[in-house]
Design a protein around this ligand. Structure first.
Ligand SMILES: [Zn+2]
Length: 267
């Protein structure tokens, strides 16, 4: 599942390509044909994201609401003939964006979009985000902090990589209950997520190691992983911790693999 930075980056790229322009909207696969026709030849205003939801706004307060889910992809490129199962293509004569395999793809009104956003926790990448809304729920919760960070109704946009990495960076045991997190720790987690995820949007990948822990600074080989990016614990199970040398562990938590260092993140 893509993390929030991927959606915000996609929103920026779609706005760059189509913002302010009249676009063609089609459904080469056919499953979205009627809805696509209703948006075809309108002007796209901009694309925005909230957590893992993407909203493309068109003239007349009409939106294309997309959730990529597990396997969905929305790819920009030259307007060549579409291949595979393209649910929606947004295009101008110069550029096309093809959506394949989304979990959700629907035309929506502003009030429907607002209702969707009201069910989502604050997104560290949105300038209007209020971290207090997440804190009010976390401070009363008996669930582990690692599960709370992934709950999109509490906090949106954080996925499996950022939750593991931000907890490592603050030396917090992932199994600690939300109610045992201090206000200072929550403030540090939020501030760090804002900075890390913004960098994720900029670089289009997740890097979480501090300057003193990069491969160059530590004289260690760079990470080899199809997710790219330098991390402390994510998908590093059984490898030595960059800080203490102990073994990184993994376990199932909130339906996803959790990674942590039991020495650096002591209970
Ligand atoms: Zn460690």
């Amino acid at each position: 599942v893509p993390e929030g930075h991927t959606l915000h980056r996609l929103a920026l790229d779609l706005t760059d390509a189509f913002g302010g322009r009249t676009v063609s909207v089609t459904s080469p696969q056919g499953r979205f044909a009627a809805s696509a026709t209703s948006l075809d030849q309108s002007r796209m205003i901009e694309a925005t994201a909230h957590g893992k939801h993407l909203f493309c706004e068109f003239d007349g307060e009409r939106f294309l609401h997309v959730h990529l889910g597990l396997i969905g992809k929305f790819q920009l490129g030259p307007p060549e003939p579409p291949w595979g199962e393209v649910r929606v293509r947004i295009a101008t004569p110069d550029v096309a964006a093809d959506l394949r395999g989304p979990q959700l793809c629907a035309v929506a009104t502003r009030s429907e979009i607002n209702a969707t956003m009201a069910e989502l926790g604050p997104d560290p990448l949105r300038p209007d985000a209020d971290p207090e809304l997440a804190w009010r729920r976390i401070r009363r919760a008996s669930r582990p902090i690692a599960a709370l960070l992934m709950d999109q109704t509490i906090l949106s946009g954080v996925g499996n990589v950022y939750r593991a990495e931000v907890l490592f960076r603050h030396r917090i045991d992932p199994y600690r209950a939300g109610k045992d997190i201090t206000p200072a720790e929550w403030h540090a987690i939020w501030t760090d997520l804002v900075a890390l995820m913004r960098e994720g949007v900029r670089n289009n990948r997740i890097d979480t190691v501090r300057p003193e822990h990069t491969p160059e600074a530590m004289g260690r080989p760079p990470r080899v992983d199809d997710h790219g990016g330098e991390v402390y614990v994510y998908r590093r199970a059984t490898l030595p911790c960059h800080l203490c040398g102990g073994e990184i562990r993994t376990a199932d938590l909130a339906a996803r693999n959790l990674f942590w260092c039991p020495t650096c993140q002591r209970p």
